[in-house]
Design a protein around this ligand. Sequence first.
Ligand code: FA5
Length: 337
Amino acid sequence: LKDTALTEIEQANSKQELNQVKVKYLGKKGPITEILRGMGSLSKEERPLIGKLANEIREEIAKLINEKEETIAQKALEERLKQETIDVTLPGKKVLKGNRHPLTRVIEEIEDIFIGMGFEIAEGPEVESDYYNFEALNLPKEHPARDMQDSFYITEEVLMRTHTSPVQIRTMKSKNGIGPVKIICPGKVYRRDDDDATHSHQFTQIEGLVVDEHITMSDLKGVLLNFAKKMYGEKAKIRLRPSFFPFTEPSAEVDVSCMMCGGEGCRVCKNTGWIEILGAGMVHPRVLEMSGFDPERYTGFAFGMGVERIAMLKYGIEDIRHFYTNDLRFLEQFKRM
Ligand code: FA5
């Protein structure tokens, strides 16, 4: 009995197997209990002998089982430690890093340039009233120039802003007629334009406004030339062409020399050597007046640039729709810039 028990303990390789052996030999229905239980039928002389022997065997088996239990526990621990070891020499898992959208980058770059010239950043709502978007900018109802900016109306008096110019009005009104004002305002604008390579129904503008005493057109030109050089390099040139906006007088469209061909003429600038990037002008006296500024004392200039067009020119992007279709092959090119 002892020998078979010892072999079985020896062969038990897990806690469960060992438990089975334990129950089998030491349990209530086990052979030793049986022997001890049957003592009554033995003779007086036999009883102490058999009893002693049975107890000795039981103790020995119990001791061996305990020892084996420990060995098994030890083995299990070793096994676990082995499995859980960390190989610090393994290459790490790569974390996929995103990057900022090229438009965000260009907006921040433009903001930095203007902050460097002493401008502050202003903001305004994208859902705007007809008053701020048109009327206060000298574009009364039925004014034909409203057609230049075909609009998404929400109600008769509320629309998605068609340009960032309403922020001019909001900023001036908040100053209670006291200058100076020197702000830029980046933001999304919306127009019922058909999408093509250079037009999007939702795009980004950056508005600029400076109002103070003695501001002239040459201040406007100086600020824009400085901007062009910082954005495109020292070689950049600008040119102003006469234009019309109801809220500026005189008005101009501003071109920058084409950076793709150095002004020689190429596909990007349609062989003209120039690319239009913004509209600008001297703030119309009526607009100053409607916004609470005395046009006898104050003058100002304003401009509104299309950020996508500026980014396209800077990075040689041929289609404005790339900014909005979220093709990773396009977006990832800006990772290391
Ligand atoms: C305006 O929106 C005037 N508010 C700009 C202005 C501000 C003039 C202050 C004077 C004083 P315009 O409609 O030309 O102007 O738009 C300005 C710029 O936005 C354009 O030069 C062009 O770069 C860009 N732009 C216009 N329409 C679109 C379009 N559908 N998609 C992408 N960019 C556009």
